[in-house]
Structures are given as structure tokens and as C-alpha cells.
Design a protein around this ligand. Structure first.
Ligand SMILES: *Cc1c(COP(=O)(O)O)cnc(C)c1O
Length: 376
């Protein structure tokens, strides 16, 4: 910490970072209790990093300071028109004692794309990565070790201008907060049952489906409630126009393993503009290709899913994303009835890829793709 204080820090050119360490950090005993059973998104570290953007000025006032509530004017634009974006990425303790973040450059690039779709200013990618480094570094004691554990980082940006007119705001706040996390799904790697949503859609062509923005999640909650009422864990979204092509599951991308004799086809819905381009999705595509599976990004319909589950050529289905890594799907249910993936248990390819990804993230195996970003 003293190192951070004495070293002059810049988030990027023209953006100095002021550091004010918390005067009342959580005590070590309480912190280790939290790290022993972190849950997901319930506990937060001692610090947060904030940067302000003002029209005519640009990015300014970068501050790494104590974690604290915000005070907002009741007319703050985001509260009315939802001009907001977010990211999610993780920091891990490596097996060699080091500390690393998984692919922060990819999150930085996606944060810019989301900002552009929401008519918000883009945070320079080097500033995004430097902000992640600074927060993880000052709160490194909050990174839990082992298994499914990590420090989940949540960068987000929203319109702070106090104004009820409808137009892109003239002022934004970008915040980076961190939360120690365990398994995202409390049941661990048990296969989930999904509800195929035919009544509601998440994103339509030309909409905001490819941006990481809160509105997509607001639109999803009623369907998630419907899924729960049907005894399902998660919603699977279909395309808005025909309601036939599979898009994604909750906040995760989908993969289907088809077998045709000795040939394995590793299929995932193509990026049509209505689904989110997951960084885990891209990582899984890379790993699957290296294992010699034929990877295809294409249209996958509910009809194909149902038929090939029935004829046995669909052997595994899983969902993937930063928070839950890789989650097997055991059953799918819709108004038309239920069907099971093979024997309903996690498949061998799903399990192996999950292990491989976790091993790369924890530095147990060689990082041959340069996905591990070490924090000094
Ligand atoms: C974040 C997110 C994903 C997964 O993206 P990762 O980069 O793998 O975490 C998938 N779908 C939606 C809707 C998301 O918001």
C-alpha cells in the first residue's frame, strides 16, 4: 500500500490517479470470515475507484478511495432513462503465489463497445486496465484462494447529470468495485434446468442485446420469475422475430456438443447482434479448437435441440460466463414439454473444459494464450 502511495500513478495520459486509503478497513478477523464463505456479490472490499466525465472536459478526477455509498440528485438521468453499462471480470491468486486478472483487455474493449451503443463516452482501454490493476493491488488481501473462488470486479458507468430531458447526459461517473466471490450457483456444478422463454424476449434486432447494459437485465426479470415458477433455474432466450433460434441463457452464452460417429461438432449460437459476445465464450471456442473439435458459430433452433436430444446425437449442453465459468445444462422445459440432455448429468467435455479454464485462471497450467494479466 505504501508503494502505491509513494509511486505517482497515472491511469493514462492526462489522467492522474489520487489515492486515499481507507481509514477504517474491515479488520482481518472479519475479512477472513467473509473470505471463508464469500457467496456472490454480497460483500465488498475496502476501496473503490471512481472517474468522472464531463462534456467539454473529458475524463477527470480519478480517485482510488474508501468504499462508500453514493449520494444522487433525484433527477439523476440514469434513474429515469437507464443510461448505464457494466463489466464483470475476475482476479485470482495464482498457484505460484502471484496475483492475476483474466483477460482485462478484452473487458476494456467491450466496455468501449457498450458505451458507444448507449451514446456514452468511451473510457480509454489503458485507463480501464490501469484502474483494475490499482483496485486489485490495494485490496489484494481480499482475493480469496482456491477452487471456485476469486475477487469479482465490477466496473460500471452511468449518467449522473441531474436533468429530466431525454438526450445523452453531459456527465457520467465510472466506478470500479470489487466483491470476493465463491460459486455463482449455490448448488455448485450440478446441472441446471432451463426454461425456453416463448412469451418474452430479451433483445430484438437493432436493440441493445450486444451491449452489457442494465436494461437487458431489467427486461429479463419477469421471464426469470416465470422460469422459477416452472421449477427451472434459468431462462433460455429465443430470437425475437421467429422465436425459434436459441440465443443465450440468462447472463451466459450456450454451447452444444453434437456427435456424428467419431466427429464432434462444437456449436454455439452465432453473434447476430442480439446476443452478448462473452469473453468466456471466445475462450471456450479457442480451447475447443485446440482439442480438435469442429467449432461452428451458427443458427441453432429449438427444433434441432429437441430432435437431436431425442435421437442421441446431442451429447452435452453447457452455458458459460465469467461469474459461473461453465455450467452444465441437464434439462430443458417449455410449453411443449420437457427433454433431457443425454443422462442429464455433466458431460465429460463440459467437465474437462471447466477444469482447463479454471487451471489456466489459477496458473496451474501454462498460459499459452496470454490471458493471464499479472498484478505486480
Ligand atoms: C456478461 C454476459 C455474458 C458472459 O460474458 P463473459 O464475458 O463471458 O462474462 C453473456 N451474456 C450476457 C447477457 C452477459 O451480460
Amino acid at each position: 500500500m505504501t508503494d502505491i502511495l509513494t509511486r505517482p500513478t497515472q491511469l493514462c495520459a492526462d489522467l492522474p490517479l489520487q489515492v486515499v486509503p481507507s481509514a477504517s478497513p474491515v479488520d482481518a478477523v472479519r475479512r477472513s470470515e467473509i473470505l471463508a464463505e464469500p457467496g456472490f456479490g454480497q460483500h465488498f472490499t475496502d476501496h473503490m475507484l471512481s472517474i468522472t466525465w464531463t462534456r467539454g472536459v473529458g475524463w477527470h478526477d480519478a480517485l482510488l478511495g474508501p468504499f462508500a455509498p453514493l449520494q444522487l440528485h433525484p433527477s439523476t438521468a440514469v434513474l429515469h432513462y437507464s443510461q448505464t453499462i457494466f463489466e464483470g471480470l475476475k482476479a485470482f491468486n495464482l498457484d505460484d503465489g502471484g496475483l492475476a486478472v483474466f483477460r482485462p483487455d478484452a473487458n476494456a474493449a467491450r466496455f468501449q463497445r457498450s458505451a458507444a451503443r448507449l451514446a456514452m463516452p468511451g473510457l480509454p482501454e489503458d485507463a480501464f486496465v490501469a484502474a483494475v490493476e490499482a483496485l486489485v493491488s490495494i485490496d489484494r488481501a481480499w482475493v480469496p484462494s482456491g477452487g471456485d473462488r476469486s475477487l469479482y470486479l465490477r466496473p460500471f458507468m452511468f449518467a449522473t447529470e441531474a436533468y429530466l430531458g431525454v438526450r445523452p447526459a453531459h456527465e457520467y461517473l465510472c466506478l470500479f468495485i470489487a466483491s470476493p466471490s465463491g460459486a455463482y450457483f449455490p448448488q455448485g456444478v450440478k446441472p441446471v434446468t432451463v426454461w425456453l422463454s416463448e412469451d418474452f424476449v430479451r433483445a430484438a434486432p437493432g436493440g441493445t442485446g450486444a451491449a452489457k447494459t442494465g436494461g437487458n437485465y431489467a427486461a429479463s426479470l419477469l421471464a426469470q420469475e416465470q422460469a422459477a415458477a416452472q421449477g427451472c433455474d434459468q431462462v433460455v432466450w429465443l430470437d425475437a422475430v421467429e422465436r425459434s433460434a436459441v440465443e443465450e441463457m440468462g447472463g451466459m452464452n450456450l454451447f452444444f456438443v453434437f456427435k456424428d460417429g467419431d466427429k464432434v461438432e462444437f456449436a454455439t449460437p452465432e453473434l447476430t447482434g442480439t446476443l452478448l459476445a462473452g469473453i468466456t465464450r471466445e475462450s471456450v471456442i479457442t480451447l475447443a479448437g485446440e482439442h480438435g473439435y469442429g467449432v461452428s458459430e451458427r443458427r441453432i433452433t429449438v427444433a434441432e435441440w429437441r430432435e437431436r436430444a431425442a435421437d442421441g446425437s446431442l451429447t452435452e449442453v453447457f452455458a458459460c460466463g465469467t461469474a459461473a465459468v461453465i455450467t452444465p445444462i441437464g434439462r430443458a422445459r417449455s410449453n411443449g414439454g420437457e427433454f433431457t440432455m443425454a443422462d442429464g448429468e455433466p458431460g465429460p467435455i463440459t467437465t474437462a473444459l471447466r477444469e482447463e479454464l479454471l487451471d489456466i485462471q489459477h496458473g496451474t497450467v501454462d498460459d499459452r494464450h496470454g490471458w493471464i494479466h499479472r498484478i505486480g
